[in-house]
Design a protein. Structure first.
Length: 317
């Protein structure tokens, strides 16, 4: 893959929770010292070390680090400190990264060894709805699912872990629900989300009853939405038809146009967006620019809109 401007960048994903201590250093095998003939111990090549022919630059990613057994955590110490596994050395051009759940996530983590903590840089990753939406658009997630995430981000990104084992909503389970629905509907999700019994049960089983109920109720707003064809052919009429007092409809409509914008329809979609309430204009055009910035820059009226709304734009970032 290409990353960080490097043509070839290798990624080696290793799940420490599935590994044993010998997997880190390599297994010991007897061997003879060439110069003396004495019996010595050698190590097989660790899976953490890239194989011959691997890209010059890369990353070894140690997933579920704090779910690893204590003996695995100890064996990993030299690898994270000196990039060494047994007799093999990770190339200087390769880096070591790791990820783990936190203790409060109740996901089987063990207490991290303090000498390892002292050797590492710890970065807390926070869920961010805007970053997730950027990913979701590119991943082909249905606009109504994205719109609901923007409308009620707290239900998806800040949900409290239940005390008893039961389904609850996270970005992962929310996307899995979409994937199941997409397969079940053969890609035709519109119109069946809130009416199909199995759709409801799948939602409750993936994200919990309360979130599924709210999400499916939100997705009924599809009945209020103009089609993308209507927006492109009559943007002013389509914008006026939206109910001003329904923020859920506005979120769904703006997410839909971001999903569909391209060089052929950018001008009427821009005209449609500029007829919406100003707070929705800024958020929608900011996200549209991420997807089709060069196209929007050539649309008549774009520069004037930037000048007229610069204070609101600055306040939004």
């Amino acid at each position: 893959m290409q990353a960080f401007g490097i043509p070839e960048f290798g990624i080696s994903l290793q799940t420490l929770a599935d590994m044993e201590a010998p997997d880190i250093k390599g297994f010991t095998i007897p061997a003879k010292e060439e110069s003396t003939g004495d019996w010595i111990t050698r190590f097989t090549r660790s899976p953490l070390i890239p194989r011959t022919g691997a890209p010059e630059y890369g990353m070894v990613f140690l997933d579920e680090k704090n779910q690893a057994k204590q003996d695995v955590a100890k064996a990993t110490s030299q690898f994270t400190l000196n990039k060494r596994a047994g007799e093999a050395q990770l190339p200087d051009e390769w880096v070591v990264w790791a990820a783990s759940n936190r203790a409060k996530d109740r996901s089987g983590t063990t207490r991290e060894l303090m000498h390892n903590v002292n050797r590492e840089i710890h970065i807390e990753i926070e869920a961010d709805v805007n970053s997730w939406c950027d990913w979701a658009f590119n991943a082909g997630i249905h606009p109504l699912f994205i719109a609901f995430a923007k409308f009620k981000p707290g239900l998806i990104f800040d949900a409290e872990i239940p005390r008893e084992p039961q389904p609850w909503c996270t970005p992962r389970s929310f996307v899995k629900w979409f994937n199941l629905m997409n397969i079940y509907s053969n890609g035709q999700i519109d119109g069946m989300l809130s009416e199909d019994t199995l759709a409801v049960e799948m939602g409750e089983g993936m994200v919990g009853k309360s979130v599924a109920t709210e999400a499916l109720a939100f997705m009924k707003v599809a009945a209020f939405l103009p089609t993308i064809e209507k927006i492109v052919s009559e943007p002013d009429v389509a914008a006026k038809a939206l109910p001003d007092d329904r923020k859920d409809v506005m979120f769904a409509a703006t997410t839909m146009v971001i999903h569909h914008i391209n060089e052929k329809n950018a001008e009427p979609i821009f005209q449609f967006i500029t007829k919406l309430p100003r707070e929705f204009q800024v958020a929608t055009l900011a996200n549209s620019a991420k997807k089709a910035g060069a196209v929007l820059a050539s649309v008549p009226g774009w520069s004037d809109w930037i000048v007229d709304n610069h204070e609101l734009i600055e306040a939004s970032f």
